[in-house]
Design a protein around this ligand. Structure first.
Ligand code: C2E
Ligand code: CA
Ligand code: CA
Length: 675
C-alpha cells in the first residue's frame, strides 16, 4: 500500500482504541490489526495480515453486503452500522476512509466494538419497560421525556395523538419539529428552567393540537437527577385543561364584570383600587376616587320601563368612559352608581375638574323611548393616600361626600375628613386589646344543613363582641381591626379552644355534632394554629373530624405556599376544610384541585340574587358543577327562603346555611332546639 501505516503501529495509539481496530485495503484484506483484533480470534495480529476480514471475524466466504464497510467503499465517506455474527454476537462497526495525500481512497480503518452484552441488556430492559409502557399508554394524560432542553425522548400515545403524529415521528426529535416556532420557544424556556434548577416546574402552555385547535395544556416537568445531582432527563406530563380554564374564565367574567355595561363590577373595582393605593404609597403618588350616582334612575324605570332604564345606564357608562383618560378606570358598582379611579391626580381641584367634565358630558341629550332626556348625576370624591389608604375607607369617604354633593348647587363635593369615624375606629381598637382578658367575646353557632334530608350536619362558630358601652359590635367591624393589629391569631386560638370545650360538653350530653371555625389570613402566616388545634383536640378527647375550618379565597391566595402545607396537615388529620365566600374573590378554580379543600361555600350574595338574577343563577350553577367535577362538596350560604332551598336542591347543591334554618345563636338555645 502506498500510504503510511506507521501512526497505527505505534502501540500507544492502538491501545488507546478500545475494541478491535484494523486497516483494510479496498478488497477488504487486513493490512494492519491491533492486539485486541488478534486476541478476538486467538491469533497474533501479525498472522492476520493479508487475510480477508470477513473470513477472520465472521467466518464467511464472501463479504457481508450489510456491512457498513461496503458503503464506505462505495461513497468514500465514514459509515457505521451493526453486524451480527453467525454465532449470535453483535458488533458495532465504524469505517473511516483512508486516503492518499492526493485524496484518493486507498483503504479503510475499521473499528469494531462487541456490543452483544449491551444489546442483551437492552432487550431485557425493554421487556421490563414494556409493562410500564403499557401503563403509560393506557392513561389519558400526555407523558413524554426530554433528553435535553429541546429534544424529546420517548412519548406515550396520548402525547403522540395530541400532536397528531405517530410516536416514532415524535420521538428523539427537536421541539421545533413538532411545535410551531412560538410554541417551541415557550416550551424551551420552561425546559431551561428545570434543567438549570433541577426542580419540578408546572407551566400552562397554549399548544395546537392535531386538528390545529389551540388547547391549554397544564404541564408538570419533573427532572430525574443523577448521582451528582445533575439532570439526566426530565419526565413531563400534560393535561388538557382548556375546558376547565374556559369555565374559570366564565366564572371570572361573571364575577368581575357588570353584565349590562361590560364595565368592571364593585369587587373588581375594589381589587384595582387596592392595587392603585399600594402603588401610590410605593411611588409617593396620589390619586382620586370618584363615586357617581345617576339621579332619577328609579323614575325612569317606573315610567319608561326597565329597557329604558338599562339604556340610560349603558349610555352613562359609555359617556364616562369617553370622558376619562385612557389610564383611568370606571366601574359600575351598584344599580345607579359608577366609580372612577384616576391615578396621578394630586389635588382636589384637579379631581373636581375631572368630575365636572364627566357631569357635563353625562348631561347631554339622550333619546329614551322616543323622548328627549337629559341625564343628571352627582359626584362625591376623595383623594388617596392622604384621605385614607384602604379601599373600603376610600369608598366610604366618597359616599359621604356624595350625600353632600346631592344637596350642593354644582352636584360635586370633596370628602372633608371624617374625624368621627376615625376616632371611633381608634377607640374600638384600644378597647379590643382588653376584650379577650375581660371575657367580652362570645361564640354563637349557626346550623349547616344537609339539603336532601334537612338535618343538621354541622355548626359554624361565629364570634360576637359585647362592648361594655356600645353593646354588640359586628365581627365585620372588629375582625379587620384585630387583623390589622395582629391580635386575630390569639382570638382565633381562643375560638378554637372554646369550640372544642363546647363540643366536649355536647358530646358528654350525647349531642354528636361537628363545628367549624373561621380562620383568618394571619393564622396561615405561621404554624402556631396547627399546634393549638392539635393540642386542644387532644385535651378535649375529640376526634379530628369533629372540627372544621373555614378560610376565604383571598386569605388563601395571600399565603398560598404556607397555607397549602397547613391545609394538608389539617386534612391529613381528618379536619374538614371549607373555602368561604367563594365567588367574591379570585374565583380561580385551578388551584382548588391541588389544595386540600373539601367544601366550597358559595357566597351569600349570589344565593340572595339567584332567583331574580340570571347571572347569579348561572354563577351558582357553574360553581356547583365545577366543584363536583373537582370532587368537592358545595354549601350555599345565606339561604333565607324555601324557594332558594328548592332551587339549590335542583342544582345538586349538597348543604345549606342561613336564616331559613336558624340564625347564629348562643350554644344553650341551640341545644334546646336539637332536643
Ligand atoms: P362568614 O364566615 O361568611 O360568616 C357568615 C356570615 O353570614 C355571618 O355573619 C352570619 O351571621 C351571616 N349569615 C348567616 N346566615 C345568613 C342569612 O341567611 N342571611 C344573611 N344576610 N346573613 C347570614 P357574621 O356573624 O356577622 O360574621 C361576619 C364575618 O366575620 C364572617 O363571615 C367571618 O368572615 C368573620 N368571623 C366571624 N367569626 C369569626 C371568627 O371567630 N374568627 C374569624 N377569623 N373570623 C370570624
Ligand atoms: Ca365562615
Ligand atoms: Ca361566608
Amino acid at each position: 500500500m502506498d500510504f503510511d501505516l506507521s501512526p497505527f503501529q505505534q502501540s500507544d495509539l492502538s491501545d488507546a482504541v478500545t475494541g478491535l481496530m484494523a486497516v483494510l485495503d479496498l478488497e477488504l484484506r487486513i493490512q494492519w490489526a491491533n492486539r485486541a483484533a488478534g486476541e478476538s480470534v486467538g491469533e497474533d495480529p501479525e498472522n492476520l495480515l493479508g487475510r480477508y476480514c470477513y473470513q477472520v471475524w465472521l467466518g464467511r466466504d464472501t463479504p457481508c453486503e450489510q456491512c457498513p464497510v461496503q458503503s464506505t467503499i462505495r461513497t468514500g465517506m465514514y459509515h457505521k452500522g451493526e453486524v451480527e455474527s453467525p454465532d449470535g454476537k453483535v458488533f458495532l462497526i465504524k469505517n473511516y476512509p483512508l486516503r492518499t495525500p492526493e485524496g484518493e481512497l486507498k483503504g479503510i480503518t475499521e473499528v469494531t466494538l462487541d456490543i452483544t452484552e449491551y444489546r442483551r441488556a437492552e432487550v431485557s430492559l425493554r421487556r421490563q419497560s414494556e409493562k410500564q409502557a403499557l401503563l403509560l399508554e393506557s392513561v389519558p394524560t400526555q407523558i413524554w421525556y426530554l433528553t435535553d432542553v429541546e429534544t424529546y425522548g420517548t412519548v406515550n400515545q396520548a402525547r403522540a395523538d395530541f400532536c397528531g403524529l405517530s410516536r416514532e415521528v415524535v420521538e428523539y426529535k427537536k421541539l421545533w419539529y413538532i411545535l410551531s416556532e412560538d410554541e417551541a420557544w415557550v416550551c424551551r424556556d420552561g425546559n431551561i428552567l428545570v434543567f438549570q434548577s433541577g426542580e419540578l416546574i408546572c407551566t400552562e402552555e397554549w399548544l395546537h393540537n392535531a386538528s390545529g385547535e389551540q388547547r391549554l395544556v397544564e404541564i408538570i416537568k419533573t427532572p430525574k437527577l443523577d448521582a451528582n445531582g445533575k439532570v439526566e432527563y426530565v419526565v413531563c406530563s400534560g393535561s388538557d385543561i382548556t375546558e376547565r380554564k374556559r369555565a374559570e374564565e366564565r366564572v371570572y367574567s361573571l364575577t368581575k364584570f357588570d353584565n349590562l355595561t361590560g364595565l368592571p363590577n364593585r369587587e373588581f373595582f375594589l381589587e384595582l383600587l387596592g392595587q392603585a393605593v399600594s402603588r401610590s404609597k410605593r411611588f409617593d403618588e396620589c390619586g382620586a376616587v370618584l363615586l357617581m350616582n345617576i339621579e332619577r334612575l328609579k323614575s325612569v324605570n317606573d315610567t319608561l320601563g326597565e329597557q329604558a332604564g338599562n339604556e340610560l345606564i349603558r349610555e352613562v357608562g359609555r359617556r364616562i368612559w369617553d370622558t376619562i383618560r385612557e389610564q383611568d378606570t370606571v366601574a359600575r358598582v351598584s344599580g345607579d352608581e359608577f366609580m372612577i379611579l384616576a391615578e396621578g391626580i394630586e389635588t382636589g381641584e384637579k379631581a373636581r375638574r375631572l368630575g365636572l367634565r364627566v357631569l357635563e358630558r353625562i348631561g347631554g341629550e339622550l333619546e329614551l323611548s322616543h323622548r328627549q332626556f337629559y341625564p343628571e348625576a352627582s359626584i362625591g370624591f376623595t383623594l388617596f393616600p392622604h384621605g385614607a389608604s384602604d379601599p373600603d375607607s376610600l369608598i366610604k369617604q366618597a359616599d359621604m361626600a356624595l350625600s353632600g354633593a346631592k344637596k350642593s348647587a354644582n352636584r360635586i363635593q370633596q370628602f372633608a375628613g371624617d374625624e368621627e369615624g376615625i376616632s371611633r375606629e381608634f377607640h374600638l381598637e384600644q378597647d379590643l386589646k382588653s376584650a379577650l382578658a375581660n371575657e367580652e367575646f362570645q361564640l354563637f353557632y349557626q346550623p349547616q344543613i344537609d339539603l336532601q334530608s334537612g338535618k343538621i350536619v354541622g355548626l359554624e362558630a361565629l364570634i360576637r363582641w359585647s362592648h361594655p358601652q356600645r353593646g354588640l359590635v359586628s365581627p365585620g367591624e372588629f375582625i379587620p381591626l384585630l387583623e390589622r393589629s395582629g391580635m386575630i391569631a390569639s382570638v382565633d386560638a381562643w375560638v378554637v379552644r372554646k369550640v372544642c370545650e363546647q363540643l366536649r360538653s355536647w358530646r358528654d350530653e350525647g349531642f354528636l355534632v361537628r363545628a367549624s371555625v373561621n380562620l383568618s389570613a394571619r393564622d396561615l402566616g405561621n404554624d402556631s394554629i396547627i399546634g393549638v388545634i392539635s393540642s386542644t383536640l387532644e385535651e378535649n378527647r375529640l376526634p379530628a373530624d369533629a372540627l372544621g375550618v373555614e378560610l376565604t379565597e383571598t386569605e388563601l391566595m395571600e399565603n398560598m405556599d404556607r397555607a397549602s402545607g397547613i391545609l394538608r396537615t389539617l386534612s391529613d388529620w381528618g379536619i374538614r376544610v371549607a373555602l368561604d365566600d367563594f365567588g367574591k374573590g379570585y374565583s380561580c378554580l385551578s388551584y382548588l384541585q391541588r389544595l386540600d379543600i373539601h367544601v366550597i361555600k358559595i357566597d351569600k350574595e349570589f344565593v340572595a340574587g339567584m332567583l331574580e338574577n340570571a347571572d347569579s343563577l348561572t354563577l351558582v350553577q357553574t360553581i356547583i358543577a365545577m366543584a363536583h367535577n373537582l370532587g368537592k362538596e358545595v354549601l350555599a350560604e345565606g339561604v333565607e327562603q324555601r324557594e332558594q332551598w328548592q332551587k339549590l336542591l335542583e342544582l345538586g347543591c349538597d348543604y345549606g346555611q342561613g336564616f331559613l334554618w336558624g340564625r347564629p345563636q348562643p350554644p344553650d338555645t341551640l341545644k334546646v332546639q336539637e332536643e
